[in-house]
Design a protein around this ligand. Sequence first.
Ligand SMILES: Cc1ncc(C[n+]2csc(CCOP(=O)(O)OP(=O)(O)O)c2C)c(N)n1
Length: 567
Amino acid sequence: MYCNKRNTLQLTALMLKAGITDVVICPGSRNSPLANNFSVAGMNCIPVTDERCAGFVAIGLAQALRRAVAVCVTSGSAVLNLAPAVAEAFYQKVPLLVITADRPERWLDQMDGQTLPQPGAFGRMVHKCVQLPEPNWGDSPENNEIAWACNRLINEAFIEMNRKNGPVQINVPITEPFFDFSIENLPDERLISYSETDFSSVKVDFSVGKSTKAMVIIGQLSAKEADGCRSALKSLVEKHKNIVVCAEYLSNIGYDCHNVLRNFDEVLSAHSADDALMPDVVFVLGGHVVSKRLKNFIRNASPERLVQFVPDDYSLPDTYKCVTHFVKTSAEDAFKIIEQQLIDTDKTFFGRWKNLSDNLKKKADKYSFSSFCDLSALKFISENIDRKFAVHVANSSMVRNIQMFDASYSEVLCNRGVNGIEGCVSAAQGFRLGGKDTLLLVGDLAFFYDSNALWIEDSMNTQKSRNKLRIVVFNNHLGQIFRNLKGLDKASSYQEYIAGKHSAGAEHIAKAFNARYFCAENLSELKDVFRKFMDDVDSHTSILELFIDSEASKNEFSKYFEHISKQ
Ligand SMILES: Cc1ncc(C[n+]2csc(CCOP(=O)(O)OP(=O)(O)O)c2C)c(N)n1
């Protein structure tokens, strides 16, 4: 039976109508009416104890299921522990319904337990925050009006979540006592729909009055967005054969199309001063781009036109400091618009980029690392990943380094919204619970930071998800990214105070959470163990810890870039 708190029933009924049926639930009593009602309504409820993980599990789940997911927490600091995930969802544009149970407002600042100002706690990191009223039962005009307001507020939150594709907060005050589970049916609630007219043509003059050196930069896209625009890109480059397209694995667009360059960052590391590489017109779409070199290159090149396509009007980013046009449209329409509006492209531009890219690729393919390091391990793994695994990469070195190697990924994800190292394991866990075999490539700090992501109820592993989670921890005992930053090693005690040096290992964490543990400390051990680790049919979660010498990794990293930069 349902709990009798009317606002929780309205919310449950509307979530069902809106198709929001997956909820990550954290333990607590204030949110127990909600948890009970979601479960009685037959929703897919996933219990996660640590709220810091729960938010990211919900993000991963939403990405795997390609629809909005809710996370529901009790009152007090539990709410604040969702903040990093909320920020991530905001910047990565993941529809996340944040449901926070609360005491009634009259108890704020009264030294009662678990009470703090919850509405507005996420600032502008949510597209909407609504505070629900507590309508009473009974058919009085006042009760009906309060119930109407409650319904409208929930609808407003849903609309903003869908329209802006990001997080919203519904704060639900629940007055005690709340253990009356006597309601048989959900109320019939009004769901309000919202739509925007699509438009697929704009009249903007992108021409620069000469043959154009045109470049397209594709930032992070979900696999769904990439699937939706791939054929439009194909049609664009068939018509305009001389366009250079720079896209990272995170764009999910793939490299089947010959104009899309994978190693543009390496090209720029060796040739950033080459004027012939500078575009006149740049078209930018998608989310974040990792490559700092590309951002700096375009900022310095300062092209005559930079068209930034945005999916909504929430933010108008001037990432490259030279935007001349903003166009609000989808990725697919962006390619169609470029195809329509671009007139004459420079014949040599693409050839120049392509030659350099091919030459560097040949050099890189021939290169062999002289010791076991982050890059040699990653190269081997990139070449041996099974396409049935979606690949999550953690922030820090991993998301950068994967770009250096050829691989055939089916789908690549990373918390690039705000680049936090927290939540990388949780997002992968959520993705796997969403029904996809998932491989996470992660550095040691990011792994230990978020190892509570493995702390889930056993039935989640056995009944709810038969999918595998595979985690490769590159344990170099510090944040290796800081070692590769030239000049930082001059800072005092930089390994301890800046790079987070430590001596932790993953073996006992694996034991604590019932995960299989594998390890390797050189390439031949990695080669021996990798298939066993990936294919192990008996284990839902396996961890492969690579013990990597940080000094060797640093040296190999410098040598590699010196080698490919040699003319
Ligand atoms: C929550 C959070 N805290 C701190 C940082 C700053 N930071 C960026 S990278 C990094 C080091 C990560 O080290 P590790 O996960 O071991 O990856 P590696 O660089 O060794 O590949 C840190 C601390 C961050 N991005 N997010």
